[in-house]
Design a protein around this ligand. Structure first.
Ligand code: BGC
Length: 750
């Protein structure tokens, strides 16, 4: 349909029909309707039949057959026959689940994230979906917040690379109506990643400079990549909840960032303007959200019940409603829904695509690149590094993740544990055809959780854990016995998936007491311990790591996790992940990130008291951003700049030669950090401004080159504009954010 057609359609609608285009309801209501239980749950939520028959979009259900049926029935009833828009959280995969985004950040391979998004889109589109609520572009620096798992990490530059590639992966670059493409939704605009104390939904206090300079770039990058929609955050910014924040939505999002697509509130967030204390009634909440420019009201009836009255009373202009509705119709049009209301929904294609071999391979490959080797000491038996595991070693794989399919993370809405390759299955797949003196043995060792309070999971899963809790002593005894009889113990420990994610903030970032005891007791009888750590956030590891010869961080690795981890443990794949988020020494250090300021009293190792330091803990992270080991080693030559100064249109090339000095092929992530030495506002000690992941054979040497141009040096300056300031800059290049070699250049003022 062309623009005129859309306008004609808009003008043919009654005000009520227009308003209901802005209403988003749960897909379950349609299922209830079908099952004839319309009255119960629907009444509780207060949705009427009329609203359901004219609501513009649906959230949270999928499946080609089901969605086609709903669409068909809906369109027959709808006065203008306008199709529904089906949306859902396809955050890191639809059925083929990829590693969580925090892990994807560790791949330092945004191209892989793009492939992951393409794969997710292909499956989701075949299952009838039109839009995913991804990417989450929130910057995160507080691991107490459970949703760090949904972000690609603590760095604005890294996140910007990922958010753009994910958008391109979901949407393609040739139009949303193309086969296998779905619309992306950048969230949560803005600053949701910085709730005070790491407590979900809490107030956010960010200076405008920090908001713009640090939090804005990844959203902006996704928007520049063409993201069709944006979701407002739950939190307040400078006292105003995002859903009612006119400045944020109209001046910044629409004005400065030039976003022209659909803006959607988060789940229930318009109604939450009441507990926030901004509105007293649903009508007031609707008015505030409308004024801020929310086009879609997710899961409340604030708009559908109150906008009409507000327009009748002249409190909201009908033009404002029209603007929002037109954007929604435009999105439906871009997706091609007026011509093809089912879009790619196709039962046969869904069957073929979902969890296909090709998709599983992509998930496995991505998982392999996200694993971060944090430590690798020598095995006292062989005197060689304990990883990769030598096939002659007698191995016991133990811990609650030794054979546990619940490794999909907290936002795998459509993923199923039964499709997941566990660590045990992965190791068995890998070693099936090997001739070995002894095959690894497996044991759980302890339940994953000591306490099921406040963690949400299906009843059957709870029951399993309760059963294990009853057998606690026997499980521990079995594990200690196996450890005693083995050369090497692979201990697969970590958080339960429900301990991270939404509404899963924690103040003590540890393992459960049961898991800690398992580690301690095994250590008493066998110190050749390889820890495989599953988690949705950085944990506090100093004491735990002391007891382990090697540590492999595997996050929540997704459907193919077991195969990927087995490949790394046995050396078929060399680990190449680098941390996308710093690991603190302890919780009191939080927030900790590599991007720090000097302060007026920088601590540089002196024995002097009045410096910016802790009495009981270093300032830096325990494991820094960008850090990760490999089975090989790399050496870096000196940094070379092709010139020492440049004007605003100039380019400086920073070069370095990197060599694989070890004995096996491996991937290195070469990282470039820049420091702006003096500014009209304090500038950080360094910021990531480039990275390249390179694959090198043993002995191979490569010349790596980064281009530095003026836009790379811009920041949100003293005059509240993105600007660079002439002066001296330092360029660091190395293997992680603590690298020390640098060169300097000058940005000239012309
Ligand atoms: C979350 C969003 C999500 C939405 C829809 C909310 O609770 O904050 O990230 O997309 O629910 O499921």
């Amino acid at each position: 349909m062309d623009k005129n057609g859309l306008l004609k359609l808009l003008h043919s609608m009654t005000l009520e029909e227009k308003i209901n285009q802005m209403l988003q309801v749960s897909g379950f209501y349609f299922e209830y309707e079908e099952e004839g239980i319309l009255t119960g749950p629907m009444n509780q939520a207060g949705i009427t039949k009329r609203e359901l028959d004219t609501a513009g979009s649906v959230i949270g259900i999928a499946g080609a057959e089901k969605l086609k049926k709903i669409q068909r029935a809906y369109m027959e009833k709808h006065p203008q026959g306008i199709p529904l828009l089906f949306m859902a959280d396809v955050i890191y995969g639809f059925k083929t689940i990829f590693p969580i985004p925090l892990a994807q950040g560790c791949s330092f391979a945004p191209g892989l994230a793009r492939e992951g998004a393409e794969t997710a889109a292909a499956e989701a589109a075949a299952a009838g979906l039109h839009l995913t609520f991804s990417p989450m572009a929130d910057l995160v620096r507080d691991p107490r917040w459970g949703r760090v798992m949904e972000s690609t990490g603590e760095d604005a530059y890294l996140n910007s690379c990922f958010s753009a590639e994910m958008v391109k992966g979901y949407q393609g670059e040739e139009g949303l109506d193309k086969k296998g493409k779905i619309a992306a939704c950048v969230k949560h605009f803005a600053g949701y990643g910085a709730p005070l104390g790491g407590r979900d939904y809490n107030t956010v206090e960010l200076s405008k400079r920090t908001l713009m300079d640090q939090y804005m770039p990844a959203y902006a990058s996704a928007i520049n990549a063409g993201a069709a929609t944006v979701m407002a955050a739950f939190n307040t910014l400078d006292g105003v909840p995002a859903s009612a924040n006119k400045w944020l939505m109209r001046d910044i999002l629409r004005g400065e960032l030039g976003f022209e697509g659909v803006l959607i509130s988060d789940w229930n967030s318009i109604l939450e303007l009441i507990p926030h204390g901004l509105a007293e009634t649903k009508g007031e909440a609707a008015k505030l959200a409308m004024e801020a420019g929310m086009d879609i009201d997710m899961m409340t009836t604030c708009y559908s019940r109150h906008l009409q009255k507000l327009v009748d009373r002249g409190e909201i202009l009908e033009e404002l409603v029209d603007e929002g509705v037109l954007r929604i119709l435009e999105l439906k049009n871009k997706l091609g829904l007026f011509e093809h209301p089912f879009k790619d929904a196709d039962e046969a294609a869904e069957k073929v695509l979902v969890l296909s071999k090709a998709h599983r391979e992509k998930a496995r490959k991505m998982a392999e690149e996200t694993l971060v080797l944090l430590k690798n000491e020598n095995d006292t038996g062989t005197h060689a590094p304990i990883l990769p595991i030598s096939p002659s070693r007698k191995v016991a794989v133990m811990g609650p993740y030794a054979d546990n399919p619940h490794t999909l993370g907290a936002w795998a809405l459509f993923g199923e544990a039964r499709d997941t390759v566990t660590l045990k299955a992965g190791i068995q797949n890998l070693l099936r055809n090997e001739t070995m003196d002894s095959f690894p043995v497996f044991a759980a060792g302890c339940p994953i959780l000591d306490d099921l309070d406040k963690v949400e999971m299906p009843e059957a899963e709870k029951e399993e854990i309760l059963q294990q809790q009853k057998q606690r002593a026997a499980l521990l005894a079995e594990a200690v016995d196996l450890a005693r009889k083995s050369d090497v113990v692979v201990l697969a420990l970590g958080e339960h998936y429900a301990q991270s994610g939404e509404a899963a903030s924690r103040t003590v970032l540890n393992l459960s007491q049961g898991q800690q005891t398992l580690l301690d007791r095994i250590y008493e009888v066998n110190q050749e311990i390889i820890l495989v750590l599953y988690n949705g956030r950085p944990l506090i590891l100093p004491e735990i790591m002391k007891k382990c010869r090697a540590v492999l961080e595997v996050w929540m690795p997704g459907t193919e996790g077991g195969n990927a981890i087995a490949n790394v443990l046995y050396g078929k794949v060399n680990p190449s992940g680098r941390l996308s988020m710093s690991f603190p020494y302890r919780e009191g250090q939080i927030p900790v990130c590599y991007r720090q300021y000097s302060t007026g009293r920088p601590y540089q190792g002196e024995a002097y008291k009045y410096l910016s330091q802790y009495l009981d803990c270093p300032n830096e992270a325990f494991l820094p951003f960008g850090f990760g080991l490999s089975y090989t080693t790399f050496s870096y030559g000196p940094i070379r700049l092709n010139r020492r100064s440049m004007g605003k249109d100039g380019v400086i090339r920073a070069q370095i030669s990197v060599k694989n000095t070890g004995t096996c092929e491996g991937k290195e992530v070469v990282q470039m950090y820049i420091q702006d030495k003096k500014g009209t506002v304090a500038r950080p000690l360094r910021e990531l401004k480039g990275f390249q992941k390179i694959d090198m054979k043993p002995g191979e040497e490569q010349e790596i080159s980064f281009e530095i141009t003026e836009p790379l040096l811009r920041f949100y300056g003293a005059r509240e504009k993105w600007t660079s300031e002439p002066g001296m800059f330092r360029v660091y290049i190395g293997p992680d954010s603590t690298c020390t070699d640098f060169e300097e250049f000058e940005l000239l003022s012309n």
